[in-house]
Ligand binder design. Structure first.
Ligand SMILES: Nc1ncnc2c1ncn2[C@@H]1O[C@H](COP(=O)(O)OP(=O)(O)OP(=O)(O)O)[C@@H](O)[C@H]1O
Length: 301
């Protein structure tokens, strides 16, 4: 494993410095620096195409950044995804990527392969070595299924789970590698308000177990309720970073991302704002977003 020791930063789990990713003439991510501390939940938001997933891919070795460096707990990361997972970073994807014809339990067991002597292929082929390791791993996998509320579905095929449970299973599988940092790419996409609320509780519980979280999400209520810090990417660059209060009140963020489209007023943070001014956007967005969300969840302000 190719690693370079950087200065150890106490409490810092992830440190990305000056990450730039170019695809030919397109700069998808430009000079983005971000840290995630131990025990933190950090949000990454921004309009469609802002570079959020590309940035995740640079952190996890799927892309080799054109410039910049990424370190995990003070050690520069390898550029190979499985070594990044082994180092302690796990992720879920925007589009669910489960082993559809394997059971719920088997999916989680496969997620443990970086923590067992058996390799991925042995896990997939269920050879004798894997069966032995499985005995130990199964206990841990079942504990994760209990934790995510899927224990009763252990023998169901992944493809037969309802959508919200498939998302939970992805998280359980990611946790099986015992990460110190979990990257979640739009974990509530397609969820109803109850499922979104449950996901929020699950992420808090993951943090409480000692895993820091970096999460991409378009659901602003979810992000601002959940995160200790939020970074905003616009056109590949970090526009603002701060507490949810600071980010929500920032006029540049409102104008570039949070502003509510005048014509439908849904304030969904899709970056298609046509609000005339940041001030107008601020008024409409704050009021209407909170109202709409409360209607959905039945909350009282
Ligand atoms: N492999 C690639 N080759 C070329 N261009 C790419 C590649 N991956 C991403 N891009 C481009 O980089 C830009 C950023 O895309 P990215 O998917 O990172 O944005 P995003 O903020 O995650 O968007 P969304 O919220 O819609 O998921 C887009 O213009 C996209 O087309």
């Amino acid at each position: 494993m190719t690693t370079t020791t950087l200065g150890t930063t106490t409490g810092t789990v992830l440190e990305a410095s000056g990450v730039t990713m170019r695809f030919g003439g397109l700069t998808a991510v430009r000079d983005v620096s971000l840290t995630v501390g131990s025990g933190e939940i950090v949000g990454l938001i921004g309009p469609n195409g802002a570079g959020k997933t590309t940035f995740f891919n640079c952190l996890t070795g799927l892309y080799v950044p054109t410039e910049g460096a990424v370190s995990y707990k003070g050690t520069r990361l390898s550029r190979k995804p499985h070594l990044v997972t082994q180092a302690g970073i796990a992720r879920t994807f925007q589009n669910i990527r489960l082993f559809a014809n394997m059971t719920v339990l088997e999916n989680v067991l496969v997620g443990r392969h970086t923590r067992t002597k058996e390799g991925l292929w042995s896990a997939l082929l269920r050879g004798p070595g894997f069966k032995k390791a499985e005995t130990t791993s199964e206990e841990r996998a079942m504990e994760l299924l209990e934790f995510t509320g899927l224990a009763h579905k252990r023998d169901h095929l992944a493809r037969n789970l309802p959508y919200g449970e498939q998302r939970k299973l992805e998280i359980a599988r990611a946790l099986a590698s015992e990460p110190g940092l979990l990257l979640l790419d739009e974990p509530t996409a397609g969820m109803n308000p109850q499922e979104t609320r449950a996901t929020q509780d699950l992420v808090f519980a993951i943090r409480d177990r000692g895993t820091a979280v970096l999460v991409i999400e378009h659901d602003m209520r979810f992000i601002f309720n959940l995160c200790d810090r939020v970074a905003v990417l616009v056109q590949g660059q970090k526009l603002v970073e701060g507490t949810p209060d600071i980010v929500q009140a920032d006029e540049r963020v409102i104008a570039a991302y949070l502003g509510t489209p005048v014509e439908n007023g849904n304030g969904n943070g899709n970056g298609d704002s046509t609000a005339e001014t940041a001030e107008e956007a601020s008024k409409t967005n704050t009021a209407e977003t909170a109202e709409a969300a409360d209607e959905e969840t039945g909350d009282t302000p």
